[in-house]
Design a protein around this ligand. Structure first.
Ligand code: BGC
Length: 443
């Protein structure tokens, strides 16, 4: 392997993945501009969707069924809220959504969901005879006019099920639930996973005003004064607050590389979710894979192997695994590569692989930090108050250094005021939060 050529390649790559201070500043300004336009119903890459619910009061109480649909897994939970900020997941079942259902028809998808609820109610001896209020976490962009209606705007994260875009997902769900004989189950609230996460965070901590998911997809929501949501004409309530789902995954004013463009082209939603495609779990591994495939092609890495790294073969969990190998000789990476049939790798090659993964994940963390900073300064330009941010998702939980880099960048951007920003991992937010929304809806 020609070291000089490899080094040149990596230098060029790092430079193209670098998010400079100026890039960050520009991103921040553009983000604010797009937020403003989105709130006023003008053309914008940020949809700024009103959620028709405010943050929690901690007094919400009762037992609710929660559904969580938004990634490769679908979950049904029973949540108990104690009315004092405490929430318990009494039961939970996880169902894997077959790929064919993600891409079939909406009716098939919702029938699968209903069948799973039925199984959950029977298996956990909750039964079908008592009245049950159900909250639905549906983690896709929906247009709501109240807490119990939502029209799907577009699918993301590889879902393409037909007949759902433009329809009320609450009606589709209710129809399927009735088909499976669950007359007593009432679907009362709809929420995005970020909204659920913020509701859960604020149930525990009243300073919590932002909810974020860094998972298969990415998104954030925050607390807005109703008077600022220009597209909502509720003058009587202009000084009250409501959560707004930003749908920041679709933000598109970020410097891109040739790899981003190639990745985007190969998805089933080209041109959409550009920021999501640089940050989230569905795509990070694939970006690294595209780089590696290029390097293999130019014989800059794994020269003596027939490795191809075909599409989808290097997942974000592999990227996490590689970057978390701190053994002296990078033995874990060695083992992983051997499993792929890539034998006899040199230490330099393993280090190179780790480096590529770090370049990709560092950019993701820096873009995330810029987006977080944009939302905070939108709410509080001089950072006068404390802000707790409720966060969940596999990228946040498992990608080494992701949280650390975000914190470092926030410090860089806000100096001593960065202390006012607290990032809190909020587990099960998308289940508990929608139970809180269901409690509000039925109180
Ligand atoms: C969806 C959002 C969701 C996010 C995280 C994105 O693809 O558009 O609605 O909140 O993924 O699950």
């Amino acid at each position: 392997m020609d070291n000089l050529e490899t080094n040149l390649f990596v230098d060029k790559l790092s430079a193209s993945f670098e998010i400079t201070k100026d890039d960050m500043k520009e991103m921040l300004a553009n983000f604010h501009d797009e937020m403003k336009r989105g709130l006023a119903d003008q053309a914008s890459s940020l949809k700024m969707l009103p959620a028709f619910v405010d943050i929690a009061t901690s007094k919400e109480k009762g037992k609710y069924i929660a559904l969580d649909l938004g990634g490769t897994n679908f979950r049904v939970l029973q949540i108990e809220l104690d009315g004092r900020g405490g929430a318990k997941v009494a039961h939970v079942s996880k169902f894997v959504i077959p790929k064919a259902l993600m891409r079939g028809t909406g009716v098939q998808l919702f029938n699968f969901v209903a069948k799973s609820i039925h199984k959950f109610l029977i298996d956990n001896k909750i039964g079908l005879n008592k009245k049950r209020n159900l909250g639905f976490t549906f983690s896709f962009p929906v247009n709501q006019t109240n807490i119990s209606t939502g029209i799907l705007i577009n699918w993301t994260k590889g879902f393409t099920a037909k007949g759902v875009v433009g329809s009320n997902v609450m009606k589709l769900l209710t129809d399927s639930i009735r088909k499976f004989g669950m007359e007593k189950v009432k679907v009362v609230a709809l929420a995005n996973d970020t909204v659920g996460t913020l509701a859960t965070g604020s149930y525990r901590d009243p300073r919590c005003d932002i909810g974020i998911i860094f998972g298969t997809g990415t998104n954030a929501c925050y607390r807005e004064r109703i008077g600022n949501i220009k597209k909502l004409d509720i003058k009587s309530k202009k000084n009250q607050h409501m959560i707004v789902n930003i749908e920041w995954g679709n933000f598109n004013k970020i410097p891109t590389t040739e790899y981003d463009l190639r990745l985007d082209k190969a998805t089933n939603n080209p041109g959409k979710q550009r920021m999501e495609k640089m940050i989230s779990g569905m795509y990070l591994g694939e970006i690294a894979r595209l780089i590696l495939a290029n390097m293999i092609k130019y014989k800059l890495i794994f020269k003596n192997s027939k490795a191809k790294f075909a599409k989808g073969e290097f997942k974000t969990r592999h990227l996490s695994f590689v970057t978390s190998d701190h053994t002296e000789q990078l033995d874990k990476i060695h083992g992983y590569l051997e499993g792929l049939g890539i034998l006899n790798t040199t230490f330099e090659e393993r280090e190179l692989l780790k480096n590529i993964c770090k370049i990709v994940s560092k950019r993701a963390a820096r873009i995330s930090a810029a987006a977080i900073s944009a939302v905070i300064t939108w709410m509080d330009p001089k950072l006068r108050s404390d802000h707790t941010i409720a966060i969940d998702g596999t990228v946040y939980k498992r990608l080494p250094d992701f949280r650390r880099i975000i914190l470092g960048e926030l410090k860089e951007l806000h100096k001593s005021k960065a202390k006012k920003i607290k990032l809190v991992h909020t587990k099960d937010g998308s289940g508990i939060g929608v139970a809180i929304a269901a409690a509000v809806a039925t109180s």
